[in-house]
Every structure is written in structure tokens, then in C-alpha cells.
Design a binder for this molecule. Structure first.
Ligand code: DGY
Length: 318
């Protein structure tokens, strides 16, 4: 019997490709650059499974171009790039990769938080530019992290992992998440509303999914509640923050700094944001460690294999 066809939209770690080849006839856009829309539409025509990335828009048009499709396996925990409702109406199983990237993403969140608080990137640029003329009592003063308050927006797996790390810094943890059962969150952390969280936290870290309810959740009004020493970190999805309002807050010293791994119109970043020394900007690398990306790719492979073999995939979202 011929093997079912899977299309993989970019180079991914080899162990996952090896595993897929045991079950599928594999086609791949063998590149480190994103596939074009036209290439993707053409490539999925005969596919029964698709292993795609958060940079691929899997909308109605794409799904209609793939009449044999049974599974869309997204190599990411977030799946806002997929029209879930339409996929469900076509009985296409959509899967993601939760859990395996939790700790790496929490680590990167802390890298951004600390870099912002202690002006690590600015300091590095300063030294490399030959501007360091010796220790100075007023040189590059940041804000302390130890014993401060962190407000976490989105208290799922990653938010909770960020909170655990905050305990090591002796911090008070506030959290806001209308979707989480408070019984499942440690009583050591204080549940609060968004306005109070913004007004009372020294550090604010976003870990919510991008949905219609969270798009521009952090807007000019909430930014205005934050204080001049507040650091905002976003390793979730760019459109959760109104980027124009954030740029104003950074420019007017309404907040101290922002650490951003994600952007509103990725990969485009406004020149005004690039110009801000009090922003640390990373290219969406929250889960980008060798170990984690390998685990994610293997999980995405197992998801697709399970759907094609008619068993329950490790992580389905519809
Ligand atoms: C995700 O998984 O949603 C991240 O943004 C990429 O790891």
C-alpha cells in the first residue's frame, strides 16, 4: 500500500523527519526561509497531512486547496495561524506542541526581564563602542529585580514556569487569567484584575494566547497605569500589545523598558521601536534551543502519525 503523503513547510530537526519517513511519503520545502503562499498552495494538493509553522497561514483558501487533508500539525504551542473553526468543519484534526517548550520559553522570558532591568544589551553596546571610561556611580543605572513584584498575564504552563523562577528572586507574584481555574494555581500567588496588575507590578510578563479577546489587550490605557520603573516583557504573541502605544510609553519614559521576543507585524519592526535603547528585541526565539526544538518537532511528527494511524495524537486542539 502506498504511504500517505505529508508536506513539511520548512527544514526542521532531522530526528523528526526520520520518524515521519517511517510512516509517510515525505515532501519538504527544504529551506530555512519561509515557503511562499503560492508554493504552499501548490504543495498541499495531494497531502493527507501537513506539518506547518506559526509563519504559515492555514486559512480557508489553503485548506480548500488540500482536499485530502486529515491533519494539520503545527510546530508551535500557539495556533492563531490556523482557521480552527473551518478545519473542524472539514474534520481536519489540528495539533500543537504544548509542554515541551514551557521551560525554554520561561528561561528566555527571564533573560529578557533581567536584560531590561540591568540594561545588559545597552551596556554591551556601550563597551563595544569604546565608550567605557571606567566605573561611575551614576553609570547605566537599572532597576532591581530581587524582592520586587511581577505581574503575570496568562497563568498557564509558561506563566506558571515564569512564576516559579520569580520565587528564586524573592518576588511577589500577581496574576491575571480569566480562563484559568484559580484552584489550579498555587495559593502563594495573588490573583488580581488587569488594571491592578498593571498599576502594581514592577515587572509584567505576557503569556496569553492570541485570540480576539487578547488582541491589543495591552493598550494605551493600561500602559498609562504602569509606572516609570516598570518593565514589560512579551514572549507570547506580538498583537497582544498595541505596538504604537508601547513605543510612545517607551519614548516618553512612561515605562522603564520592554523586552520583546514577538512583534505586532512580525517580522516587520517599526523604526521607532528599533530606535529605543530601552527596548531589548529578539527574533521570536522563546523556544529556540536545540533540545526544545527537537522535542517540538518530534511531538509534531507524532501528532501527524497518530492522526493518520487513527489513534489519539499527543496534543490535538479541536
Ligand atoms: C509557540 O510555540 O507558539 C512559539 O511562539 C514558538 O515556539
Amino acid at each position: 500500500m502506498p504511504k500517505p503523503g505529508i508536506f513539511v513547510t520548512r527544514n526542521i530537526p532531522q530526528p523528526a523527519l526520520d520518524r515521519l519517513e517511517e510512516v509517510f511519503s515525505l515532501s519538504i520545502h527544504a529551506s530555512d526561509q519561509a515557503i511562499t503562499r503560492a508554493q504552499l498552495l501548490a504543495a498541499v494538493k495531494e497531502s493527507e497531512a501537513l506539518l506547518c509553522l506559526l509563519t504559515d497561514t492555514i486559512d480557508r483558501e489553503l485548506l480548500d486547496a488540500a482536499p485530502k487533508l486529515k491533519c494539520v500539525s503545527n510546530l508551535a504551542v500557539g495556533y492563531n495561524n490556523i482557521d480552527l473553526e473551518y478545519a473542524s468543519s472539514r474534520n481536519i484534526v489540528v495539533c500543537n506542541t504544548p509542554g515541551v517548550l514551557t521551560e525554554s520559553t520561561a528561561d528566555l522570558t527571564w533573560a529578557l526581564l533581567l536584560a531590561c532591568a540591568r540594561r545588559v544589551v545597552e551596556g554591551d553596546s556601550f563597551v563595544r563602542a569604546g565608550r567605557f571610561e571606567g566605573w561611575g556611580p551614576m553609570l547605566m543605572l537599572g532597576v532591581d529585580v530581587f524582592a520586587k513584584t511581577i505581574g503575570i498575564i496568562g497563568m498557564g504552563r509558561i506563566g506558571s514556569a515564569v512564576a516559579r523562577r520569580a520565587e528564586g528572586f524573592g518576588m511577589k507574584v500577581l496574576w491575571f487569567d480569566p480562563l484559568i481555574d484559580p484552584q489550579t494555581v498555587s495559593a502563594k500567588y495573588e490573583r488580581t484584575d488587569l488594571r491592578h496588575l498593571c498599576a502594581s507590578s514592577d515587572f509584567i510578563s505576557i503569556h496569553a494566547p492570541l485570540t480576539p479577546a487578547t488582541r491589543h489587550l495591552i493598550n494605551a490605557e493600561l500602559l498609562a497605569l504602569m509606572r516609570p520603573h516598570t518593565v514589560l516583557v512579551n514572549t507570547a504573541r506580538g498583537p497582544i500589545v498595541n505596538e504604537a502605544a508601547l513605543i510612545e510609553a517607551l519614548r516618553d519614559n512612561g515605562i522603564f523598558a520592554a523586552g520583546l521576543d514577538v512583534f505586532e507585524h512580525e517580522p516587520e519592526i517599526p523604526a521607532e521601536l528599533l530606535a529605543q535603547d530601552n527596548a531589548v528585541l529578539l527574533p521570536h526565539i522563546g523556544s529556540a534551543s536545540v533540545e526544545t526544538r527537537t522535542k517540538m518537532a518530534l511531538m509534531a511528527a507524532e501528532n501527524a502519525i497518530a492522526v493518520i494511524q487513527g489513534t489519539e495524537p499527543p496534543a490535538r486542539v479541536n
